[in-house]
Design a binder for this molecule. Structure first.
Ligand code: SAM
Length: 261
């Protein structure tokens, strides 16, 4: 089996590719950041990364999003370069910097970045940000070429909440993005035998109230108004009221894959 081809097929067929481009949407970016604030994310994942950092480390965070890793790591190291193609996500990241000037944001997709213009970094990190890249071999080779000491790739395993709600309302199986196993096998076929550790994180799906939850999932799943009542009933069974908000808590396993040079 040629694993890079499998990866490319999974990217192309992923259910999440149907409909709108989530990360470029301001409402979704805000939603994403709220979910993180109520979850133990990046939690233990951040500690693993931090243990490899010192003040002198230069760090490249690919798909930095709203800064879950880039922002706390900028307090530890002198320089962080955050590659983030979505202006909506980058805007939230920049808003968290509070005058801290050591994060440089590059508003581009990883595939479009020229290796010689980016330059090398002690650590290259990509957390849940490779799922839309069809040519994974070129993307990985560039990451390896630009990492002087460590390359870390973190990929979450599937969320049962998302899987189930998709199945219930789209009446088709949810086709997930490529998995960490696929990535690991691509690395093996490049003769790179990486380390791997599985880490569980408690993840909360949160919304202020039922109207917000219905509105969000109706948009995200691209559902017609005729499905509103059944969506409300479904969410009513799943979400639990706590501290003035609605929650669904789940444990998500994350694969931490790393290569030391
Ligand atoms: C699930 S978020 C993860 C954000 C952050 N790493 C975290 O752990 O919270 C994925 C991020 O990857 C970015 N992204 C998507 N495709 C990308 C690409 N081809 N190159 C770089 N970043 C990409 C998205 O814009 C989004 O901000």
């Amino acid at each position: 089996m040629y694993w890079a081809r499998q990866w490319s097929k999974a990217v192309t067929n992923a259910s999440s590719r149907k409909g709108w481009d989530l990360f470029s949407n301001h409402d979704f970016a805000h939603w994403y950041d709220v979910q993180l604030k109520h979850s133990n994310y990046p939690g233990a994942l951040l500690e693993i990364i931090k243990s490899r950092l010192s003040k002198e480390t230069s760090l490249l965070d690919i798909g930095a999003g709203t800064g879950a890793f880039a922002v706390p790591m900028a307090r530890v190291v002198n320089k962080v370069t955050a590659v983030e193609p979505s202006l909506a996500m980058a805007k939230i990241l920049l808003g968290k910097m509070n005058g801290q000037g050591n994060i440089h944001v590059v508003n581009q997709c990883w595939e479009d970045i020229k290796a010689d213009e980016m330059g090398s970094h002690d650590m290259v990190l990509a957390v849940n940000s490779l799922y839309r890249i069809t040519d994974i071999v070129s993307a990985l080779k560039k990451m390896i070429a630009l990492s002087r000491k460590h390359l870390f790739i973190i990929m979450s395993c599937k969320s049962s909440f998302y899987n189930d709600i998709w199945h219930a309302f789209k009446k088709e199986a949810y086709s997930g993005p490529p998995s960490f196993l696929n990535l690991y096998n691509v690395l093996c076929q490049l003769h790179i035998f990486a380390n791997i550790e599985m880490v569980k994180i408690k993840y909360n799906h949160v919304c202020a109230d039922m109207d917000q939850a219905v509105n969000y999932w109706q948009t995200r799943l691209n559902l017609g108004l005729e499905q509103e009542n059944s969506l409300r009933a479904y969410l009513g069974e799943k979400l639990i009221a706590k501290n003035g908000a609605l929650f669904f808590a789940e444990q998500v396993s994350n694969a931490v894959i790393w290569v030391e040079k």
